[in-house]
Design a protein around this ligand. Structure first.
Ligand SMILES: [Cu+2]
Length: 480
């Protein structure tokens, strides 16, 4: 078990010393609204592929938790594993002590212990929960495990312009390390910037290690814990309007999704309604991103809805969509090339409010600098899990613009805890009105988003790629 000094202190304070007796008393006093039990278990991806990993309530994905906006809930988190755990409530505006991140001083759920947390779910929309444990070089920890599940916070008023909802959780299993890996290409709109390419090259030249660091690859791929063709198909009728809530629960990968002969009408990104709903042939999702999109079922057949990567789809990344009365093998048709452009969902011709302050962050990769792993720096500094030193102080009520410059070829799904942000410039284009909590920053590209400091408490910012966050790509904001 790897626990750093500070985690150990928090662990001691939170649970191990006084936790169990008090926790037991809490449980008997009243029942929580929800219980999440963290324990090892099996996932049958297919009859020949049954994997062992850590799960919530013995299933993958973890149970769909439906909350009501603004109505307080209590959750008992029971940890039946040998290591302390953290459940992070991704995309919610809640206090630091229940958010589920050690860097924000949320207490751990002790090994073989429990913790009851309570909070008021907000804002409405598609969120999720997942472990926030650093994995480092251990592929049996963190988001490499099966610890992820969807949350839907029902708004007070639901427009309901659809016939039914289907939740899809995309996730890989059986990870292993390799030297280098394939980078997703042609995913995002915008072009690489020369100045950033030169900066990246300078960092490469400076590196002691000439080889690239380790990357993670996977053997098995699944939607809702089933490989393509091995789960129940999504059974539809002609004319039906199906609202898909798609979550990329990958630890490290960018995913795509297409349904041959159909288009997705994107209504919400990361659970937040977009100003301009638009039709797209393909969904692209960085790690931890969510998309809510309606598909009008008007092309009868039996289809493979799946990832554009032939290799990943053949190893399971897909699900069958079957029209009533149709039979046969599911058909896959490759869609034409399509680059993801967040600005198409923004307010047309709108300029965002101006910020009170702008913070610039330049991201550099140090090849294989940490025992074969790449190290990541923001403005020359890698985040230290030892000191957890805050990098920025923010003032309540102020609007901050974060300007990112990516001097690496990797796409980074940038995530801010406990706050939503508004995209203001991406791929060289200004935009407004797109509210998110994760956004993909393209290789050698720039991106800007604004957030309002309206939820006091330590606030973590990081790349959601597990290898990047574990090896330096994090920063902590404190309220002054
Ligand atoms: Cu990253």
């Amino acid at each position: 078990m790897i626990v750093d000094r500070r985690s150990l202190l928090q662990y001691a304070a939170s649970g191990a010393v006084l936790g169990l007796a008090r926790a037991a008393a809490q449980i008997t006093a009243h029942k929580a609204d929800y219980t999440l039990r963290i324990a090892p278990g099996l996932v049958e991806l297919a009859p020949r592929h049954i994997v062992s990993t850590t799960l919530y309530n013995g299933e993958f994905p973890g149970p769909l938790l439906r909350f009501k906006e603004g109505r307080r809930i209590a959750v008992d988190i029971i940890n039946d594993t040998d290591t302390p755990e953290l459940v992070h409530w991704h995309g919610q505006k809640i206090p630091s002590d229940v958010d589920g991140a050690a860097e924000e001083a949320s207490p751990f759920v002790p090994a073989h212990g429990m913790r009851r947390i309570a909070f008021i779910p907000q804002p409405a929309g598609f969120r999720f929960y997942h472990t926030h444990i650093a994995a480092g070089g251990d592929l049996n920890r963190g988001t490499y495990t099966g610890q992820a599940g969807p949350v839907y916070i029902d708004p007070k008023i639901n427009p309901g312009a659809y016939d039914r909802e289907v939740f899809l959780v995309m996730k890989e299993f059986a990870p292993s390390f390799s030297r280098g890996g394939d980078m997703a290409m042609d995913v995002l709109a915008g072009a690489p910037l020369q100045a950033l390419q030169q900066m990246g090259k300078a960092a490469d030249d400076e590196a002691h290690q000439k080889s690239k660091g380790f990357e993670v690859g996977y053997e098995l791929f699944a939607i809702n814990g089933r490989m393509l063709g091995h789960g129940e198909p999504i059974r539809v009728k002609q004319g039906e309007r199906v609202l898909f809530h798609v979550l990329n629960a990958s630890a490290t990968e960018i995913r795509s999704l297409a349904l041959p002969g159909h288009v997705f009408r994107v209504l919400a990104l990361d659970g937040n309604p977009v100003p301009t709903p638009a039709d797209v042939p393909v969904l692209w999702l960085g790690t931890a991103e969510r998309i809510s999109a309606i598909v009008e079922m008007k092309h009868p057949g039996v289809w493979a809805m799946g990832d554009l990567s032939d290799d990943d789809r053949r190893h399971g990344m897909g699900i069958v969509v079957e029209y009533a009365g149709q039979k046969g093998k599911p058909l896959w048709v490759k869609p034409p090339p399509f680059r993801w452009d967040y600005t198409r969902f923004g307010r047309p011709n709108a300029s965002p409010a101006s910020p009170d302050e702008t913070i610039e962050m330049t991201i550099v990769k140090r090849n294989a600098a940490l025992k074969g792993f790449n190290q990541w720096t923001i403005n020359g500094e890698a985040f230290s899990m030892e000191t957890m030193k805050p990098a920025y102080a923010v003032h309540q009520g102020r609007r901050y613009r974060l300007k990112f410059r990516n001097a690496s070829d990797d796409i980074h799904p940038l995530h801010l805890h406990r706050h939503s942000f508004e995209l203001t410039r991406i791929g060289g284009k200004p935009t407004a009105g797109v509210i998110k909590d994760v956004v993909m920053l393209g290789g050698f590209q720039e991106l800007e988003f604004d957030f309002i400091a309206d939820n006091p408490g330590p606030t973590l910012f990081h790349c959601h790629q597990q290898l990047h966050m574990d090896f330096g790509f994090m920063a902590l904001f404190n309220y002054a």
